[in-house]
Design a protein around this ligand. Structure first.
Ligand code: NDP
Ligand code: OXD
Length: 307
């Protein structure tokens, strides 16, 4: 019975050390050194490629990330549970990133960066946080944690999800029919949706048109949710004021892409948050204990929903 890891090898070495410490009885291998394929019961991967089809005794596949959209689920036999990563490091990193981005927009740091380039010393009016409306697309593990932190600054917080949610201090909207109402009350829109057929291209003309004039975007979901040419149009026309993009389509964003030189766009290379190896191994081992006890694992995805 072996655990196979197939993702970044440097992180793999850290997983191996934690496994050796906490589960020495479970042999741990890093792809491509897979040993006897029949021995592999558990796989953790960013992209499993053909492994789910070719390992005869595989019982569970773990994603090393919070999302599973990078998996080709048509190549994962239907009986295999697919489990995404739920561990505290991902949440902490995302809360830090989005809080900084929202505060940067709120406190006009894009404007001050432009003023600095032009050597202009000019104070802009300060708006109270309670008068700034934050809207988060996606009220899952990450969207909820981000809103819980943003509420502490007294921002007017709202969120949108597929099914109805209740979060203290957050105006919750659910379903397609409420999207325009949610957008119309949002000054800073944060995207924390998983990539599915329903969310691909969602951040496009229709969303930008429904936001108030001069709204800003913080995109930390997945690149293909963003319609880049609609975003460029919205920024050029002034409909959207600023965009903070941690994810783009394609990734990496190629040199010469027009987004690189937009004065009101800030780009980071998909680093908003990352799984931390120790937390990841702890989460995986806890799930293996649940799996062996016949209990549901935390983060098992629903393939019909795609997340
Ligand atoms: P969850 O699965 O916990 O939450 C997803 C949320 O999105 C849920 O509230 C869900 O609604 C909502 N949702 C899904 N589809 C729709 C839809 N069609 N319409 C409305 N709401 C929808 O995910 P996480 O919070 O853990 O992560 C979200 C995403 O963040 C990940 O999938 C990944 O793409 C991205 N991510 C980005 C990182 C980065 O570094 N940039 C790092 C980690 C994650 P409901 O509550 O009804 O199910
Ligand atoms: C993730 C990511 O899904 O890194 O964890 O984007």
């Amino acid at each position: 019975m072996t655990f196979l890891y197939k993702a970044d090898p440097a992180r793999g070495a850290k997983w191996a050390a934690r496994f050796a410490q906490l589960a020495p009885e479970l042999p741990f291998r890093v792809w491509p050194d897979i040993g006897d394929p029949a021995e592999i019961r558990y796989l953790a991967a960013w992209t499993p490629d053909d492994l789910a089809e070719t390992l005869p005794n595989l019982e569970v596949i773990f994603s090393v990330g919070a999302g599973v959209d990078q998996f080709d689920l048509t190549r994962v036999p239907p009986h295999l549970p697919v489990v995404r990563m739920i561990e505290p490091g991902i949440v902490e990193g995302m809360v830090e990133y989005v809080t900084e981005a929202v505060l940067a927009v709120h406190r006009d740091l894009f404007d001050y960066a432009l003023q600095q380039q032009a050597q202009v010393w000019k104070a802009l009016p300060v708006r109270a946080a309670s008068g700034r409306r934050i809207g988060v697309l996606g009220l899952g593990m990450l969207g909820t944690a981000v809103l819980e932190r943003l509420r502490l600054f007294s921002f007017a917080c709202a969120g949108w999800s597929r099914s109805a949610r209740q979060i203290e201090g957050v105006e919750c909207y659910a379903g397609e029919a409420s999207l325009d109402t949610f957008l119309a009350r949002t000054d800073i829109l944060v995207c924390l949706l998983p990539l599915t057929d329903a969310t691909r291209g969602l951040l496009g003309r229709r969303v930008y048109a429904a936001l108030p004039d001069g709204a800003s975007l913080v995109h930390v979901g997945r690149g293909p949710q963003l319609n880049t040419s609609d975003l460029l149009d919205a920024l050029t026309s002034g409909r959207l004021r600023n965009a903070v993009l941690d994810v783009t389509d394609p990734e990496p964003l190629p040199a010469g892409h027009p987004l690189w030189t937009q004065p009101r766009v800030r780009i980071t290379p998909h680093i908003a948050s990352a799984t931390r190896p120790d937390g990841a191994v702890d989460a995986v081992l806890a799930n293996l204990r649940r799996h062996r006890a016949g209990q549901p694992m935390h983060g098992q995805i629903d393939r019909t929903r795609g997340y």
